[in-house]
Design a protein around this ligand. Structure first.
Ligand code: VGL
Ligand code: ZN
Length: 213
């Protein structure tokens, strides 16, 4: 018996399972592609499924190359501190495409984020200026969603920011830890779990939904 019963007001949110975040990609998350079969098994349980795609312009402000700096340095942008990343998930490229083995015929919404040249967006709800909404909260509310179950990449960046903003938007939030993989930059993974715990995010495994990891 699954401990977490999926109901009609639950939504699965699949975060950034894209080629560039998997082995061989421009910003590969260790073991990133391992989330694919787990997510494929989770998806059929859900009445509502949304997928996000990190979707940057060439020369995006979050790219180290844009500032002639090295990847993983920090920079101050107009909205605050920003990690500088290798060029990744450039809109409409192979790296930005969803992983080819993701089988999600039931997906209803594909939400792109980070498409403004000067503003990053780890969160699926709110851009990095912390003001500009993506529209996802409104979409989910109109669909009758009260709880979101989050899986994908990367645990300590886009998954965590999405989970935290989901709480801020009034949703119950569950993160399926073994359906996620992390970047873990200078302790970012432990900090992310602390922040999520503090915000009331529920941390579970796929087994809680009766699904093997
Ligand atoms: C992400 C860094 C930069 C993520 C996206 O999906 O976690 N991380 N862009
Ligand atoms: Zn990005």
């Amino acid at each position: 018996m699954p401990k977490l019963d999926i109901k009609s007001d639950d939504a699965l949110l699949v975060v950034d399972v894209q080629n560039d975040f998997c082995t061989g990609g421009a910003l590969a998350v260790p073991g990133g592609e391992a989330v694919v079969p787990v997510i494929n098994r989770l998806a059929p349980l859900f009445p509502v499924i949304a997928v996000t795609q990190d979707w940057h312009t060439p020369g995006h402000a979050s790219f180290a190359s844009t500032h002639a700096r090295d990847p993983f340095e920090m920079i101050d942008l107009h909205y605050g501190a920003q990690v500088l990343w290798p060029d990744h998930c450039v809109m409409d490229t192979h790296g930005a495409a969803l992983h080819p083995e993701l089988v999600l015929p039931g997906v209803q919404l594909i939400l792109r984020k980070g498409f403004r040249p000067g503003v990053d967006s780890y969160s699926a709800f709110r851009e990095a200026d912390r003001r500009t909404p993506t529209g996802l909260a409104g979409y989910l509310r109109e669909r009758g969603t009260t709880r979101i179950i989050v899986a994908g990449l990367a645990t300590d960046f886009c998954v965590a920011w999405t989970a935290l903003d989901g709480r801020a938007a009034g949703f119950e939030v569950v993160v399926i830890e073994d359906a996620c993989r992390a970047i873990d930059l200078d302790g970012s993974l432990e900090r992310a779990w602390e922040d999520m715990r503090g915000a009331g995010v529920d941390r579970r495994d796929a087994a809680a939904l009766g699904v093997s990891a």
